[in-house]
Design a protein around this ligand. Structure first.
Ligand code: FE2
Ligand code: FE2
Length: 221
């Protein structure tokens, strides 16, 4: 599946209203533990620094699926048709990873410009430790039963989608803050920082839907 669509201002407003009117998924135990841990470590308040941590972790399931898919290609390479289908999954995982990466870099850029100084241990080392454990869980679940890994990711993406849309609601000043970024050519142009975050929220919804579809569909078959 290609990268999530780039929406215009009107569509972004609708997307935000849709998300806020949609109940959250009923999260599984692993997702609940992760969200609680993030609240304990980074506070319940929605800050850019906390979203950066979220984005550092968000890429991990896609990395683990990509790795499993490459191993699968090694195992099935004599059946070239099957190998090609598995490769399509690799590509999909990579595109989603890239999309999460732009989220991360755009947020980092905003934090950098705000002049906020982040503690390196708290915002660099600890998130990587969380990401490492999350990678192992995501990988293991995928090997045992792919649907479990997709479900965990759907929960993660659903949480991110709602959190972004709520954050926009909490910052009316962003409606008139222009989005100026070195990554605009990569990620897109937006009328305002509010629209930037609505777009990111919508991307997370697209990621969620992909994982939900993958949960019920056969993979690598
Ligand atoms: Fe993201
Ligand atoms: Fe996402």
């Amino acid at each position: 599946m290609p990268a999530p669509p780039h929406l215009d201002h009107e569509a972004l407003l609708r997307a935000q209203a849709d998300t806020l009117a949609t109940p959250r998924r009923s999260y599984g135990a692993a997702a609940k533990v992760l969200f609680r841990l993030l609240d304990v470590l980074y506070g319940r308040k929605r800050t850019l620094s906390k979203f950066k941590v979220l984005e550092l972790v968000a890429r991990v399931p896609y990395q683990s699926w990509e790795q499993v898919a490459y191993i699968a290609i090694t195992h099935v390479h004599v059946r070239t048709g099957m190998a090609r289908r598995v490769y399509a999954r690799v590509k999909e995982s990579r595109e989603q990873q890239d999309n999460e990466q732009w989220h991360l870099l755009v947020i980092q850029e905003l934090i950098g410009r705000s002049g906020k100084r982040e503690n390196a241990l708290h915002y660099f080392v600890v998130p990587q430790m969380i990401a490492l454990v999350y990678y192992q869980i995501s990988w293991l679940l995928f090997v045992v039963r792919p649907a479990w890994s997709y479900r965990l990711n759907a929960d993660f993406e659903d949480h991110a989608e709602h959190e972004y849309m709520h954050m926009v609601e909490e910052h009316p000043e962003w409606e008139t803050t222009p989005f100026e970024s070195d990554f605009a050519a990569d990620y897109g142009e937006f009328d305002s920082v509010a629209d930037l975050f609505r777009q990111i929220g919508h991307d997370e919804r697209v990621h969620k839907i992909e994982s939900e579809e993958a949960m019920s569909g056969p993979r690598f078959r």
